[in-house]
Design a protein around this ligand. Structure first.
Ligand code: TYD
Length: 139
């Protein structure tokens, strides 16, 4: 399976000089949206974030402003993908059981996250070795 899955959103521009981007759960993205949150960077020195996987949660990340780099890891392969605001009509899938990290935030970075489930601290896997164990990769 491809680690990098980007979903394209409907993009409507007209003579009024703005664009409107619409996202519908189970239509433009593969799950119903139960939670929305955003990460707003407002420093030049923001530290990397994430460093976890989720047992059940599926998420879509959209970069509304600035840029950052995502790391996605399925236990076998690790990829880097840069998101920037020119991709604000695209969403990156962070699927369940995908280790993810966010790095290299620009000072103006604004990330919108669409989540398939309510917040649940017990859904997190914070330890990479434990993540591999859950995947059946005992090393
Ligand atoms: P966390 O998911 O660890 O952030 P990141 O993936 O960016 O490293 O969340 C940071 C804190 O915010 C943590 O204390 C949990 C809290 N939080 C909520 O209360 N609700 C939420 O929907 C999310 C995503 C986090």
């Amino acid at each position: 399976m491809n680690l990098v899955q980007l979903f394209n959103f409907t993009h409507k521009s007209d003579e009024r000089g703005a664009s409107l981007i619409a996202i519908e759960g189970l239509k433009t993205i593969p799950f119903a949206i139960q939670r929305v949150y955003y990460i707003q960077i407002n420093t030049l020195h923001a530290k990397p974030r994430g460093y976890h996987a989720h047992h059940q949660l599926r998420q879509i990340a959209i970069c509304l402003s600035g840029n950052c780099r995502f790391v996605l890891d399925d236990g076998l392969n690790r990829v880097n993908i840069n998101l920037d605001s020119s991709m604000n009509n695209q969403g990156l899938l962070i699927d369940k059981m995908i280790w993810h990290e966010m790095h290299d935030f620009s000072a103006d970075c604004l990330l919108l996250l669409l989540a398939s489930l309510p917040y649940d601290s017990t859904d997190y896997i914070h330890d990479y070795l434990q993540f591999k164990q859950y995947l059946g990769m005992n090393q």
